[in-house]
Design a protein around this ligand. Structure first.
Ligand code: ADP
Length: 288
């Protein structure tokens, strides 16, 4: 499908981005994505008409935060972002990064650990953002357990119950589990995390350097990113070795993974339903 004319015109008029040719890019789950040739060189463009006004702005903010952290991870530079307007879709334009054949997973892990060393005094973020297409609340908390429960699990559970995908027994099970979090999860400083770290949200560039895309950043528990990375696989043992060469994990991490992953699991319940519902129930029953 060709790019909408009104988007092309807007990019040219407001940002001097002249689209000379375009080719679609697959792999995304929400937006239409293109590599566009312009007089500035190749750029990556994604767009969507059915997103909230600040959707791409928040993604742009997240990419900028990751870019300004002190790591050697590659984060695409944002060129332009805006919300939908007047029948014109919302869009995000950034540096186009060509994928390489392979990458240095160990270095990737080590650099992620360095990202997690970017700390703040509270869990959360100034602004709310999005996880996939769903809103993500970042109201600040001083304790991880309360942030995780109030801003991550409860809003997703409410959404699942309101849409009849789950029932109130799930809420009760979470009530029992959440009262144990204090003992189950290790204490950490609030750390900058990617927030949506599955294998579709990283790539290696042609120099084998890891590139992070599509973040849902906030200051959280670093084990959230590591647990997320295990949800669908796609991260090698070298990656975890590299991570631990910089930051060691506390004992029992593998047992904590399903608790952290209740969050992306509930996001999947709300986005797709299906077998994710029974999976989420099993985790709630096992730990509560
Ligand atoms: P969505 O927001 O729809 O999930 P993504 O941000 O995941 O879209 O991007 C879709 C695909 O485009 C990714 O899987 C990736 O392969 C590719 N991609 C994303 N950002 C870039 C970029 N800056 N340069 C090149 N390819 C990119």
């Amino acid at each position: 499908m060709p790019l909408p004319d009104n988007l092309k015109e807007h990019l040219e008029k407001s940002y001097n981005i002249d689209v000379q040719s375009e080719s679609s890019v697959s792999g995304g789950s929400i937006n239409s994505a293109y590599c566009i040739s312009t007089s500035l060189g190749d750029l990556f463009l994604k767009y969507n008409s059915n997103v909230p006004q600040n959707f791409f702005e928040r993604e742009s903010d997240g990419l900028k935060m990751l870019r300004s952290a002190n790591t050697n991870l590659r984060i695409p530079e944002v060129i332009a972002a805006d919300g939908p307007d007047n029948n014109r879709p919302g869009f995000l334009v950034m540096e186009y990064i060509e994928s390489g054949r392979s990458g240095d997973s160990e270095q990737f892990g080590a650099e992620l650990a360095k990202l997690h060393q970017t700390e703040e005094s509270e869990f959360g973020l100034e602004d709310d953002n999005y996880i996939g297409s769903l809103p993500q609340s970042n109201r600040k908390h001083s304790a991880w357990e309360s942030f995780f429960s109030e801003e991550r699990i409860k809003p997703q559970l409410k959404m699942a119950i309101d849409s009849c995908k789950m029932d109130h027994s799930a809420q009760k099970a979470w009530g029992r589990l959440s009262s144990k979090l204090d003992r189950l999860l290790p204490k950490v400083e609030p750390s900058l995390i990617h927030g949506d770290l599955w294998s579709g949200n990283y790539l290696f560039d042609t120099n084998g350097r890891a590139v992070l895309i599509d973040p849902a950043v906030y200051y959280g528990h670093p084990e959230m990113d590591l647990a997320f990375s295990k949800m669908f696989g796609g991260f090698s043992s070298e990656f975890y070795r590299g991570y631990e060469s910089v930051s060691s994990l506390e004992n029992g991490f593998e047992e904590r993974v399903p608790i952290y992953n209740l969050y992306p699991l509930l996001v999947h319940v709300n986005l797709f339903g299906g077998h994710y519902v029974s999976q989420a129930k099993r985790v709630l029953d096992r730990f509560s």
